[in-house]
Write a protein that binds this ligand. Structure first.
Ligand code: DGY
Length: 327
């Protein structure tokens, strides 16, 4: 078996793959472009991809030996699952293992933005700390605030559990109400509109789909409180970037913490990065040593099982493809 891995990943995953397959790893820090990927992965039975690779019908047609694609991520908006299924290619992802770490980071961003941590720390680095200032770096309280969770999936729920410890009032919205969770999480189901109007902090936890693309645009931002904070650890495309920059510039909302952006990466001269009320991090919400090792291991287990003809632990289309996967 030959497996192509599109970037260096934690050793835990590479070691597993190496026990059963010949493994080639894209050696550069930047992802391969389309042509480079096709040349690099030619003849591979399986691909271990990251969210930076677009996997679509065109790529799979150019790599006809590929029988399985294992994405080291829970999100899979980079993969055309329908095109893969149509070609008998198994697609796998890595849910669950990153839930708690990602929720930790959503809280890290929330606290950092609300309490102006970066602005204050930067002022210390610039040598501007002269004295204790009664009016310096006044932020917003996170404890006791109203938190609006958009998307009450695994990560949304993990954020809600943390919010209980901060005595927050928890609102949520989703495609459907989740009554079974409401008592445990102390969360109340509301419309997106009501959530935006009532929340002090809005945190996004929906996948990027046709329906969620730019679901937070100018109209939605206008509904939010002028003191509100927007946190995005989901996908940049869920928010209309220019509308957000306008809202932050004009004071329509108070601040934002973004671990994901559209485009991603955000160019260093992007107008969002010039605003004092925005904190942007480079898509690191799942980046703890333990969690990235778990993601790499699960991605490897998925891929090896798929290539052996066994049901992978976490596949999106195993049922549809099994028996049709090309030999
Ligand atoms: C994912 O898994 O989808 C994250 O965005 C990266 O951990």
């Amino acid at each position: 078996m030959r497996i192509a891995v599109t970037r260096r990943i934690p050793a835990a995953g590479l070691e597993l793959l190496g026990r059963e397959a010949d493994v080639v790893v894209w050696p550069e820090a930047s992802p391969p472009n389309r042509d480079e990927l096709i040349a690099f992965a030619a003849g591979a039975d399986g691909l271990l991809t990251l969210l930076t690779e677009r996997v679509d019908g065109e790529l799979l047609d150019a790599l006809p030996s590929v029988r399985a694609v294992s994405n080291m991520a829970v999100g899979y908006d980079n993969i055309d699952v329908e095109a893969a299924t149509a070609r008998g290619v198994i697609v796998c992802i890595t849910p669950d293992v990153l839930t708690e770490t990602t929720a930790d980071f959503a809280f890290a961003l929330m606290l950092a933005v609300a309490r102006k941590v970066k602005l204050a720390a930067d002022s210390v680095l610039r040598g501007e700390w002269r004295t204790w200032e009664p009016l310096g770096f006044l932020g917003q309280d996170v404890h006791g605030a109203t938190l609006g969770i958009v998307g009450m999936g695994r990560i949304g729920q993990a954020v809600a559990r943390r919010a209980r410890g901060f005595a927050m009032t928890i609102l949520y919205t989703d495609q459907e109400r989740r009554p079974e969770l409401e008592e445990e999480l102390g969360a109340r189901f509301v419309s997106l509109e009501q959530l935006l109007r009532e929340s002090d902090i809005v945190t996004l936890h929906v996948p990027l789909t046709k329906e969620t693309r730019k679901m937070i645009g100018a109209n939605q931002l206008r509904l939010m409180k002028r003191s509100a904070i927007l946190i995005n650890t989901a996908r940049g495309g869920v928010v209309d970037t220019e509308a957000l920059a306008d809202a932050l510039e004009s004071g329509t909302i108070w601040a934002a913490g973004l671990d994901v952006t559209d485009p991603e990466p955000l160019p260093a001269d992007h107008r969002l990065l010039c605003l004092p009320n925005v904190l942007v991090t480079p898509h690191i919400a799942s980046a703890s040593e333990a969690t990235r090792a778990r993601m790499a291991r699960l991605a490897a287990e998925n891929l090896l099982a798929a290539l052996r003809g066994e049901q992978p632990p976490r596949s999106l289309n195993w049922e549809a493809v099994r028996g049709r996967a090309h030999p």
